[in-house]
Every structure is written in structure tokens, then in C-alpha cells.
Ligand binder design. Structure first.
Ligand SMILES: C[S@@+](CC[C@H](N)C(=O)[O-])C[C@H]1O[C@@H](n2cnc3c(N)ncnc32)[C@H](O)[C@@H]1O
Length: 287
């Protein structure tokens, strides 16, 4: 059944913008007005509420549950992603991990060589699974490593999809045979992420705008097409916080229209939208 949109006044639109900024650091542009109406109308109707104003009052009240607050956020995120998006990053990652394998990798408590990567703002999982697939394809020995990818997002709906590891077969479009062979194909129009790859990726809900319960260090961080939704001060704060959990000389990969600023001493530009962390000299010995 088609859901009729609810009218949104300028004042109500400003209130929606204020709330998503306060909760998630997201700056919604005026161009997102139609999206706000269509996405939130469904949520509002499901609550049997009739106007944006009543809905926003409801969210502030003690009647609203955590799920109601989360539904508001889930409705307003943009989750566009795909396998091997901006694939020059994966060529660079392969070369970088080759160097780590060839030199002396860090070791875990269990004595195994350790590799940690974070996909921050992972959406429905294509990014972290691409990281795992491209690395296992190139370096099968990583199956014997302590190799984990943390994949986090503020949107709990996309994380559910991500954890399932099942996608429509159409998502293989444009992938080479070498890349496509990493997926299982049960023959029912879907592609499935193999178990050993799903077990490498740990999905967690995490708001990048809040304090993180994360220590690192990560050898690489992918935070791509996420900062674009934040204003400059929040972007700067985000990149600075990400540098704190990167290993010395670790790499950060960002989206095609993002940059960390020309004069940021924490990072050196190493290629198109990829940066190496310049750790302070005295921190190099500890990671
Ligand atoms: C366009 S997707 C990018 C997905 C993937 N990184 C890529 O480049 O293909 C942006 C993701 O950032 C997430 N996001 C937005 N604000 C966030 C926040 N404050 N904390 C964590 N994730 C956030 C959204 O939920 C969305 O899934």
C-alpha cells in the first residue's frame, strides 16, 4: 500500500536538521527535503502520528523508545555503496599489506601475526567484505593470521543486511572473473559471502560523532563517503580522532570528494584520497 507523504513546513524541516545534527553530526542540505519527507513519512505513519511537529515532540518525550530514536537516524542516512567502489584503494591496500607481510608484522598475544582494519561507516557491508576478499585472494596465508576487520555504522538496519552477507547477483556487474570467484553462488539469484570471510568481519553499531570505545591500533582505516555528510569542523575532529587509532605509518582511505585539508600535520597525502599517518616520533616504538 502506498503511504501518503506528510507535509513538512520550513520550521519542521529546520527541527529535523537540528536533531540529526545533534544526534549524528550529519548536516542535511536543503536538497534533502524531499528525501526527509518520503523517508520519515513512513516512520511517522507507523506510529499513527499525523504531523512532523507531533513526531518531533514525541521523539523528545519519555514515550519514545530507543528504537524510535534509532528509526529516525536510520531513515536519514545515505547508504549508497558497492563492491570494489573506488577500486584504486584496493590496489594500494594490496601493496601495503604485501609490505607488512614481507617485513616484521606485529604479533597478537596468541603469537600469530596481527592485522587490523577498520571500515568506519561500512553501510551494508560491501566495503569491509571487499577488503577481506581482495586480501584473501592475493594473500591466502592471511587465513593463518590474526586478521580482523571492524565494520561499523550508525545505521542498525544496514548492519543487519551486512551481517547476513547475502546480496543480489546483480551486484557482480562490472566485477572481473577473478573478483567474482570469491563469492558463493547458490543459483537462486543471490551471491553469498563465504563463511571464513564473514568470520573475519565484525559488525558493530557505532556513532562516529560520539566518543569511541575503540583503541586500535589499526593498520588501515577506510572511512569513505562518510565525512561528506559532516561540516568542516566535525570532519577535522573525525580525521584527528581516526589518526589516534591508526598504527604509526598506517593508511587512511577516504571518499573521492573528501580531503583531510592541505596543512594537516597528522597525515601525508600518498595518492588519490589516501593518506599515511605521521605519528609523533615518540609513539613509533610502541605499536
Ligand atoms: C554513503 S555510505 C558509505 C559506505 C561505504 N563507506 C562506501 O564508501 O561505499 C555512508 C555511511 O555512513 C554512515 N554514517 C553517517 N553518519 C554516521 C555517523 N555519525 N557515525 C557512523 N556512521 C555514519 C551512514 O549510515 C552510511 O551507511
Amino acid at each position: 500500500m502506498e503511504i501518503k507523504d506528510i507535509e513538512l513546513s520550513e520550521k519542521e524541516f529546520s527541527m529535523v536538521k537540528e536533531r540529526i545534527f545533534e544526534v549524528a553530526g550529519i548536516s542535511l542540505s536543503d536538497a534533502k527535503r524531499t528525501l526527509v519527507i518520503s523517508r520519515l513519512s513512513k516512520v511517522i505513519k507507523n506510529l499513527s502520528i499525523n504531523s512532523f511537529l507531533d513526531y518531533l515532540d514525541f521523539l523528545k518525550s519519555s514515550k519514545a523508545s530507543k528504537k524510535d530514536a534509532q528509526d529516525f537516524v536510520n531513515a536519514l542516512t545515505t547508504n549508497l555503496t558497492r563492491f570494489y567502489r573506488e577500486d584504486h584503494h584496493f590496489d594500494h591496500l594490496e601493496n601495503y599489506i604485501k609490505q607488512i607481510i614481507g617485513t616484521k608484522p606485529r604479533t597478537s598475544n596468541n603469537g600469530k601475526p596481527r592485522l587490523r582494519i577498520w571500515s568506519a561507516g561500512c553501510s551494508s557491508g560491501q566495503e569491509p567484505y571487499t577488503i577481506a576478499m581482495c586480501l584473501y585472494n592475493k594473500f591466502p596465508e592471511l587465513k593463518r593470521w590474526d586478521f580482523k576487520i571492524l565494520a561499523s555504522d550508525i545505521d542498525t538496519e544496514v548492519l543487519k543486511k551486512a551481517a547476513g552477507g547475502i546480496y543480489p547477483e546483480t551486484e557482480l556487474a562490472g566485477l572481473s572473473a577473478n573478483r567474482a570467484k570469491m563469492f558463493e553462488r547458490p543459483g537462486n539469484g543471490t551471491i553469498v559471502i563465504p563463511k571464513y570471510i564473514r568470520e573475519t568481519v565484525i559488525f558493530k553499531p557505532l556513532n562516529l560523532f560520539h566518543k569511541w570505545p575503540i583503541k586500535g591500533p589499526f593498520d588501515a582505516i577506510f572511512c569513505r563517503n562518510v565525512a561528506i555528510y559532516f561540516d568542516k569542523p566535525i570532519q577535522n575532529q573525525l580525521f584527528s580522532q581516526l589518526s589516534e587509532v591508526l598504527a604509526p605509518d598506517g593508511f587512511m582511505y577516504i571518499g573521492h570528494s573528501e580531503n583531510v585539508g592541505r596543512n594537516n600535520p597528522q597525515f601525508s597525502l600518498s595518492g588519490k584520497t589516501l593518506y599515511q599517518y605521521n605519528a609523533p616520533q615518540n609513539s613509533r616504538a610502541v605499536a
